[in-house]
Design a protein around this ligand. Structure first.
Ligand code: PLP
Length: 397
């Protein structure tokens, strides 16, 4: 049985703060500080360039990929780390299109994160608009999959509403029409149970600084289904995805399997912090994390709605249809979130009017949820959002 009181102790959390924004930037794992200083002092400091071999630096994108694979239902050897999520989206999408050369449509939805859509738009332009991006409402995705679609590209859990797509059903429909499936697991990895092997999606990508707590700018991951990994065409053909990078050949030849999705030099310091964060997941099963997340989100919804009945819940109440966050719509959502942060409850705001609360069982417990719901009640009852100092938008919401 997972001991969530124990995992909470593994994070450095400032006193007097309830942190409901681990869905955007996970908090600092205490062990990350020591891990980073070891990597800096002993490996970088003493080993210098030898550390690529002696400290196993070069193998790290694969070994960490294996640890993430466990959390997303993927086979060992099918996930590799590197770059940011936007880059990984581009890679998966372009590789997916190359698998369906005769087809002309990328299908996505309005619940997708803008960067994913922007990357798709840029790729369409790069391909001389031979391919177009079609964006439909989330509920219309299943019906919009037809034989023109080359790639269905979706984010599993909607970053604004927290609504979760049916991964198995959509992937099956995509495959029935001969389309390639790309899942973005940005709000799923470390948050909900994912079974990539079972759904047979060709590609998946995700970031590690949200629910996986890898730290600001922690590298992203990419998954390629093992049976196609040896013939997928890597669209970003960097030297570390080459079959023999240290032969320094002039012509590119893709590496074996998932190796070919590597691009350039791995960010070793960021990977060190991420490793410390992933150690915490060794103490839990995703099934237990999910069960606890549902208990806590249910409690938060119930308590917040009791305190403020006029709140508009935009997250599906059905447990099978939501991820690990709770979102409310409020016309003064931005100012209300600023006021909440001032009373020690940190969530965030997503334009135009969504107040978003990430619920992360590794470090959020029932008492935190009750405190947060109480604070929501206070801010709304006392109309604390109605204060000039909260109106001006900061650069990062
Ligand atoms: C957070 C998030 C991103 C961010 O991409 P970066 O390149 O890491 O900045 C992209 N897509 C989705 C779906 C996200 O949730």
């Amino acid at each position: 049985m997972a001991d969530f009181a124990a995992t909470k102790q593994l994070f450095s959390l400032p006193k007097g703060v309830v942190y409901l924004d681990g869905n955007s930037l996970g908090p600092l794992p205490k062990a990350a500080m020591a891990r980073l200083s070891t990597t800096v002092e002993e490996e970088w400091g003493r080993e210098l360039i030898r550390a690529w071999n002696s400290a196993g630096w070069m193998a790290r994108p694969r070994s960490i990929g294996d640890r993430i694979a466990r959390l997303i239902g993927a086979a060992s050897g099918s996930v590799v780390m590197g770059d940011t999520l936007s880059i990984k989206v581009f890679q998966a999408l372009a590789a997916g299109l190359a698998l369906r050369p005769g087809r002309t449509v990328i299908l996505s939805d309005t619940g997708n994160f803008p960067s994913d859509l922007y990357m798709a738009q840029g790729l369409c332009r790069l391909l001389g608009n031979r391919v177009t991006l079609k964006v439909v409402e989330p509920e219309a995705v299943l019906g919009a999959i037809d034989d023109q679609v080359a790639v269905v590209m979706l984010t599993h859990v909607d970053y604004r509403t927290g609504a979760m797509h049916d991964m198995a059903a959509i992937t099956a429909k995509a495959h029935a029409h001969g389309a390639v499936m790309v899942w973005d697991l940005a709000h799923s990895a470390g948050a909900v149970e994912v079974d990539l092997s079972a759904c047979r999606a060709e590609f998946a990508v995700g970031c590690t600084y949200k629910y996986l707590n890898g730290g600001p700018g922690a590298p992203a991951f990419i998954y390629v289904r093992p049976d196609i990994a040896d013939y997928v065409e890597p669209p970003l053909s960097g030297w570390l995805g080459h079959a023999t990078p240290f032969a320094f050949e002039l012509a590119y030849a893709p590496g074996r399997g998932i190796e070919r999705m590597r691009v350039g030099t791995p960010p070793i310091l960021a990977l060190a912090a991420l490793e410390a964060a992933l150690d915490i997941f060794d103490h839990v099963q995703m099934r237990e994390v999910r069960a606890q997340s549902l208990r806590l989100t249910d409690l938060f919804i119930k308590e917040a709605m009791t305190a403020v009945p006029e709140l508009e819940l935009v997250t599906p109440i059905d447990a099978n249809r939501r991820g690990s966050q709770v979102s409310f719509r409020h016309p003064q959502g931005y100012a209300a979130m600023r006021a909440l942060i001032d009373v020690g409850v940190i969530g965030d705001f997503r334009a135009p009017d969504i107040m978003r609360f990430g619920v992360t069982p590794l470090f959020i417990d029932e008492a935190d949820v009750r405190t947060a719901a109480g604070a929501v009640g206070l801010v709304m009852r006392e109309r604390r959002w109605d204060n000039i100092k909260y109106r001006e938008r900061l650069a990062v919401t």
